[in-house]
Design a protein around this ligand. Structure first.
Ligand code: ZN
Length: 139
């Protein structure tokens, strides 16, 4: 894989330095068969240092998940080596089936068919809580 050029794929740019591995794990990128490049500590005029993830496949990224981990990241969709779409993220108000509640006594841990829903309760500090038991979301 040429690091600089992707034919069809997704580039997650402007990731806060250090967050790329978190995203890699949460997005389950290790399960992909295609090339995935993680470029860490790239010098950025805007951010000082940043991370970049390049996925060499038409991968449907979970924007809520990325917005939760790093709302300042940008998503670039590449087709035929051209940038066809740039998506900015925002802090999602609600996360459904993105994270699991860590409280073993939570109803969502007991009842398998219940969706795991976290709601943004504190926008400034980016705090999400389980809607069932109010446990804080952690990554
Ligand atoms: Zn819970």
């Amino acid at each position: 894989m040429n690091i600089d050029s992707i034919v069809n794929g997704v580039v997650i740019d402007h990731i806060k330095a250090g967050n790329a591995m978190k995203l890699y794990e949460l997005l389950n990128l290790e399960e992909l068969d295609c090339s995935v490049a993680i470029i860490k500590n790239v010098t950025s005029h805007k951010m000082g240092k940043k991370d970049i993830i390049k996925i060499d496949a038409d991968f449907d990224v979970n924007l809520d998940l990325i917005g939760f981990v790093d709302p300042d990241a940008t998503i670039n969709i590449i087709r035929d080596e051209k940038l066809v779409e740039k998506k900015n993220l925002s802090l999602p108000k609600e996360l459904t089936n993105v994270l699991r509640c860590k409280n073993p006594r939570c109803i969502s841990s007991v009842e398998q068919e219940l969706p795991h829903i976290f709601r943004l309760t504190d926008e400034k500090n980016r705090i999400y809580r389980c809607i069932y038991c109010e446990t804080k979301a952690e990554i």
